[in-house]
Design a protein around this ligand. Structure first.
Ligand code: COA
Length: 439
C-alpha cells in the first residue's frame, strides 16, 4: 500500500539541485497566489547565472518577484497573465510583458499549447496515506499546469492546508520534490474607511436574502461583506474569497442553503487572505475548490439563481465602459475573472443576475491631486475591461447608477449623479459637449 513512499523519497532533493531541471529558454509557470513556491523561486533566482531568457508566467504573484528586477533581465523575462505590484515595474519599463486573457480560459490555453509550458513550480501539502498532495489555497490553472508541464518541481509545505475539491495531485506527477516548511503568503487586509463602508451599504441594498455572491479583489469586497450581516441564507460561488467570508459563515449568514448549483458549499477556485482564511478552509466540507474553467465559466456562473457579482474598477466612462486593469498605457493588474463573472451574471437562467461595479468616486494621483473615476472618456491608451453591455449597476459612496437598458444619455446622467460633488458641474459641462444636449 505504501509503495509510493519509495518513489516519493527517491524524488526528494535540495532546492538548488531541483532548479537545475529548468533550462535556458524554458517557459516556467508558477502556481497561483498563495501556492507560489517561494523556496523554489528563491533557488531559481539564486542560480540566475545558469539561465538565459527563461520566460516566467503567473497570474497573481504574492512573492518578491525578484526575477523581474532589471539586473536579471538577461536571465528571466516576465510574461504575466495578471500584473501584481512586485512585477509591475518590469512591464512599465519595457523588459517585462503582459498577456491579456480571461481567467476561465487559462487551463484551456495551457492544455492546447496556446500558452507553452515546460516547467511548473508548485507548492503543495505533504502527501496523505495514498500519496496524494493537496494544492491547498489555489487549484484554478495550477492543476492543469501540473498536468501539462514537461517537468514539475514541487515544494512540500506542511503549512499548506488540505482543501477539498479538485485539489489533489499524486506524487507520481512530480519530477523533483523539495521539502520546505514556510507560512503560506498572506494578503494585507485592506483598510475599510467611511467611503468603503458607504459603498458596501449601497451594494448590500442590491443583495436579496438567498443570493449567491461573487466578490472581486481589493478593499470593496470586505466592505460589502461587513454590510451583509443582517441578510439570510447567502451563498458563495466566487473566483476567490478573503477573510470577510469567514466572519459571515461563522455568523450563519452565509450557509449556501438556497444555492441552485452546489447547494451547501462555498465554491471557489483560490483563496487569498490571512491564516484565518486558510485555517477555515482546511479540511472544511463546506468549501469546495474547483478549477477555474469550471468556477469562472460564464455558463456555470449563469446556473446560479440570484447571482450577484461585485467587482471594482479604476475608471468608468459616460457610456459605462469599465476600465479595471490599466491606467492609461500602464498595465496595472489584469482582467482576472471580472468579465467571466459580469458575463455570467448577465446570462443567468433565472434572469435575476446582477453585475455590479463598485468603486470610490475619486482617486488620488501621484502628485496628490484628486481625479474623478467617473469620466467622459477613458484615458488615452487604457483598455476596456468590461463592456458597457455587461454592467448593470455602478456604485460609489454617493449611490447607485443603474445602466442596464439605459440609453447613452441616461447612463451618463445616472453616473454623474453618483460622481463626487466636486466634479459634478464639470462633468455636466462635458455631458453637454459630448451629447449636444442640455444636462
Ligand atoms: N486614475 C489614476 N489612478 C487611479 C485611478 C484612476 N482612475 N483609480 C485608482 N487609481 C490608483 C489609486 O490611487 C491607487 O494608487 P496607489 O496604489 O498609489 O494607492 C491604485 O490606482 C489602486 O487603486 P485602488 O482603488 O486602491 O485599487 P483596489 O486595490 O481596490 O483594486 C482594481 C481595484 C480595479 C485595480 C482591482 O479590483 C482589479 O485589479 N480588478 C481587475 C480584476 C478583477 O476585477 N478581478 C475580479 C475577480 S478577483
Amino acid at each position: 500500500m505504501f509503495e509510493w513512499k519509495k518513489e516519493y523519497e527517491s524524488k526528494i532533493t535540495a532546492a538548488d539541485e531541483a532548479v537545475r531541471l529548468i533550462k535556458s529558454g524554458d517557459h516556467v509557470v508558477l502556481t497561483h497566489a498563495g501556492s507560489e513556491p517561494m523556496m523554489l523561486v528563491d533557488a531559481m533566482v539564486r542560480n540566475a547565472e545558469n539561465y538565459r531568457n527563461v520566460i516566467i508566467h503567473h497570474m497573481v504573484t504574492m512573492g518578491k518577484g525578484e526575477f523581474s528586477k532589471p539586473e536579471y533581465k538577461e536571465n528571466f523575462h516576465v510574461d504575466s497573465w495578471f500584473v501584481s505590484p512586485c512585477v509591475r515595474q518590469s512591464i512599465a519599463d519595457g523588459y517585462g510583458d503582459f498577456t491579456p486573457v480571461f481567467f476561465h480560459e487559462v487551463p484551456n490555453y495551457i492544455r492546447n499549447g496556446i500558452f507553452p509550458l515546460d516547467v511548473c513550480l508548485t507548492m503543495v501539502s505533504p502527501p496523505d496515506e495514498h500519496g496524494y498532495c493537496s494544492l491547498g489555497v489555489a487549484c484554478d490553472y495550477s492543476l492543469q499546469a501540473i498536468k501539462s508541464a514537461k517537468v514539475v518541481i514541487a515544494q512540500i509545505n506542511d503549512q499548506m492546508p488540505v482543501v477539498y475539491g479538485e485539489t489533489f495531485v499524486h506524487i507520481s506527477e512530480f519530477d523533483a520534490i523539495v521539502i520546505g516548511s514556510e507560512p503560506i503568503p498572506e494578503m494585507k487586509i485592506p483598510v475599510i474607511g467611511e467611503t468603503e463602508l458607504a459603498i458596501g451599504r449601497h451594494c448590500a441594498s442590491l443583495v436579496e436574502d438567498g443570493a449567491t455572491l461573487q466578490l472581486g479583489i481589493g478593499a470593496i469586497p470586505d466592505a460589502v461583506l461587513a454590510s451583509l450581516k443582517d441578510k439570510k441564507d447567502l451563498g458563495i460561488h466566487s473566483e476567490m474569497i478573503s477573510d470577510g467570508v469567514v466572519d459571515l459563515v461563522e455568523a450563519g449568514v452565509i450557509n449556501n442553503s438556497r444555492k441552485s448549483l452546489n447547494p451547501g458549499k462555498c465554491i471557489v477556485t483560490f483563496l487569498m487572505g490571512t491564516k484565518k482564511l486558510y485555517d477555515f478552509a482546511s479540511r472544511n466540507p463546506g468549501l469546495e475548490m474547483r478549477t477555474v474553467d469550471y468556477v469562472n465559466h460564464p455558463t456555470v456562473i449563469a446556473q446560479n439563481s440570484n447571482m450577484i457579482c461585485i467587482n471594482s474598477a479604476l475608471a468608468v466612462d459616460f457610456m459605462g465602459q469599465i476600465v479595471s486593469d490599466s491606467i492609461g498605457t500602464k498595465q496595472f493588474s489584469g482582467v482576472g475573472g471580472q468579465v467571466d463573472f459580469m458575463r455570467g451574471a448577465a446570462m443567468t437562467t433565472d434572469g435575476k443576475g446582477k453585475g455590479i461595479i463598485a468603486m470610490p468616486s475619486v482617486a488620488k494621483k501621484k502628485d496628490g491631486s484628486m481625479i474623478s473615476k467617473i469620466t467622459p472618456f477613458i484615458d488615452h491608451g487604457a483598455a476596456v475591461t468590461t463592456s458597457r453591455q455587461d454592467v448593470d449597476y455602478v456604485v460609489t459612496e454617493y449611490g447607485i447608477a443603474e445602466l442596464k437598458g439605459k440609453s447613452l444619455k441616461q447612463r451618463a446622467r445616472n453616473l454623474i449623479a453618483i460622481a463626487h460633488p466636486q466634479f459634478r458641474d464639470q462633468l455636466a459641462v462635458e455631458f453637454e459637449h459630448r451629447f449636444l444636449t442640455k444636462f
